[in-house]
Design a binder for this molecule. Structure first.
Ligand SMILES: *[C@@H]1O[C@H](CO)[C@@H](O)[C@H](O)[C@H]1NC(C)=O
Ligand SMILES: *[C@@H]1O[C@H](CO)[C@@H](O)[C@H](O)[C@H]1NC(C)=O
Ligand SMILES: *[C@@H]1O[C@H](CO)[C@@H](O)[C@H](O)[C@H]1NC(C)=O
Ligand SMILES: *[C@@H]1O[C@H](CO)[C@@H](O)[C@H](O)[C@H]1NC(C)=O
Ligand SMILES: *[C@@H]1O[C@H](CO)[C@@H](O)[C@H](O)[C@H]1NC(C)=O
Length: 518
């Protein structure tokens, strides 16, 4: 059904002589087959995730999980803990009427921290599906350690959000700008256009990617030069479901008893040598912690060399391609700020979403940032001429031991059905497999998405969507020889609550990146 719709689009989009030739028909058959395969694989992954998200009824806010009525307590509490111990916190959920919850599915986040030490770590949540949860922490520093458990959304909210997210593409409206013979024309664009008007189809058939614009009369589709987008005031949530997502109901602290513990050294010898951090290592959760605002790894020996002191030597002769969104643009901004002889080459283009290029002519360092392809959600206008889907960008590189690719995807996908994101990850994964075939020594990093501010616009930007994408990204890429920069875990631990995490977080992401390649 879907494929048929695409094929009709294909006919319309291509030059007629190609379509009617026998070659064209054969090609179409091939494409249909490929699209079917992509959709089948996409559907399988979607169903696996969907089966894991509990579908729970929503009748009234009173019956949903209430953070204030719920309780967190330390299991087998002791007066004193040793550095290196694990700590388990039990969370028991109640609704607003004080009745015990009997099912799971709540979206919880948890951290331990000592603000004065610049120390923090995230916890792993275990859902028993009966209204109880265990949260597992690793105690990694000495001092007074505080515990925080947050009910981000109750299970009823999770259920409603999951349904809403996958209901359609109406959350965001795109406006395309066509430029033709000095004439500028704006038209509505998107992944799905209900209009009966003639459309331009921007397709990457190999990867099953389709984007459309209403076609301006007598203007070729190639005249599309730029795009912007805005929130469409539309909701897939019902009026009563929206009561779950008022400001005071999102991200609420669960009372805990006690709220902090004392951790000492216990004269223990830490003789267990950790292996050096290597690309391709499986990343557990939690995988590390902040101490003195430096990120330490639990599972590998993260070189604590100061990135500032060796970054120039480390990156000499390297070609670095940053592909993704503004959270990765923070990297090129960091490089530029801290590498004295790295200079930006000022490329033409619109605003902050244009391509960034930084060069160090003496050390032969090339660093580029480019946004990923559709969807790019921004009220500021951005060019569509210099951006391609990440899979195509990777295909465009020969690869080499000095080639480094860092990929991030996620923030701009939160407001769209998950299938779009799944399809994109699959195409990126294939492109990585292809570059490894021509150049196994190319270095590839995945910087997973980070958590962000709490906002009542849950359909477009809730961290719940980000969390699902984060899990999926790690899962789909774990068998590839890639380095994972776990920005999600870092921002959870740091409690940064910012789409663009502060420089402390960026610096630690880059330190981790450097210790993998230097
Ligand atoms: C599915 O749920 C199980 C049990 O709750 C969990 O261990 C697993 O990580 C989940 N998988 C995904 C992809 O979320
Ligand atoms: C649920 O909450 C509303 C107020 O929001 C209240 O009027 C109602 O009585 C409550 N229902 C029950 C069963 O307590
Ligand atoms: C839920 O299951 C866990 C693990 O089996 C158990 O320890 C806990 O007591 C159960 N909670 C309730 C309320 O039954
Ligand atoms: C710690 O190491 C020291 C020297 O290596 C040794 O003398 C001591 O017995 C060790 N302590 C423990 C508790 O293992
Ligand atoms: C980490 O590596 C450094 C030097 O490479 C070494 O001195 C240190 O003992 C290692 N630490 C662990 C915990 O393996």
């Amino acid at each position: 059904m879907m494929a048929c719709f695409y094929i009709i689009g294909f006919f319309r989009s291509c030059v007629s002589e190609y379509c009617i030739s026998a070659w064209g028909l054969h090609y179409l058959e091939h494409i249909t087959q490929m699209l079917n395969q992509i959709e089948i694989r996409c559907g399988e992954i979607f169903n696996t995730i969907s089966n894991n998200i509990s579908s729970v009824p929503f009748r009234h806010l009173n019956l949903t999980t209430s953070a204030k009525m719920s309780r967190a307590k330390i299991l087998s509490y002791r007066q004193q803990y040793c550095n290196g111990d694990s700590l388990t916190v039990r969370v028991d959920m109640f609704n607003y009427l004080g009745q015990r919850k009997t099912y799971g599915g709540d979206f919880l986040t948890a951290r331990i921290y000592s603000t004065d030490l610049g120390a923090a770590a995230s916890g792993r949540v275990e859902d028993f599906n009966n209204g109880s949860y265990n949260i597992h922490f690793i105690l990694s520093w000495v001092g007074n350690v505080k515990i925080s458990v947050i009910l981000y959304h109750p299970s009823e909210g999770v259920s409603a959000l999951w349904r809403a997210r996958n209901a359609g593409y109406k959350n965001i409206i795109f406006t395309g700008n066509f430029l033709y013979k000095t004439q500028e024309i704006e038209k509505v664009c998107g992944f799905y256009l209900e209009s009966q008007q003639e459309k331009c189809v921007y397709a990457d058939k190999r990867d099953g990617e389709f984007f459309y614009c209403i076609k301006p009369p007598n203007v070729p589709c190639e005249a599309l030069i730029s795009m912007r987008s805005k929130i469409h005031h539309h909701s897939y949530l019902t009026k009563s479901e929206k009561t779950i997502f008022t400001k005071s109901n999102i991200g609420v602290e669960i009372p805990r008893d006690p709220g902090s513990i004392a951790v000492t050294n216990c004269q223990r010898n830490f003789t267990d040598m950790k292996p050096t951090c290597r690309i391709g290592m499986p990343v557990p959760y939690p995988s590390g912690y902040f101490l003195n605002n430096l990120w330490h790894s639990n599972f590998c020996n993260l070189s604590s060399f100061e990135p500032l002191s060796q970054i120039n030597e480390c990156l000499t002769g390297k070609l670095i391609y940053l592909m993704g969104d503004s959270t990765l643009r923070q990297w090129i901004e960091y490089f530029q700020k801290h590498m004295k002889s790295l200079k930006f080459f000022n490329l033409p283009g619109h605003g902050i979403h244009k391509r960034y290029l930084a060069l160090d002519m003496d050390r032969n360092i090339y660093i580029q940032w480019k946004k990923h392809g559709h969807p790019f959600v921004s009220p500021g206008i951005y060019s569509v001429k210099d951006c391609a889907y990440i899979a195509r960008e990777i295909d465009g590189l020969p690869g080499s031991p000095n080639t480094i690719i860092v990929i991030t995807l996620g923030q701009h996908f939160r407001g769209f059905p998950l299938r779009l994101f799944i399809r994109r990850l699959l195409s990126v994964r294939k492109a990585i497999e292809r570059i490894f075939q021509r150049s196994p020594e190319t270095k590839i990093f995945i910087k997973v998405e980070n958590s962000r501010e709490i906002n009542t616009d849950v359909e477009r930007i809730s961290d719940f969507h980000g969390y699902i994408q984060y899990l999926l990204f790690k899962d789909l890429f774990k068998r590839l020889n890639v380095g994972i920069i776990d920005a999600w875990e870092m921002t959870q631990a740091f409690a940064s609550y910012n789409l663009h995490p502060p420089e402390t977080v960026t610096r630690n992401q880059i330190n981790m990146f450097l210790s993998y390649i230097c």
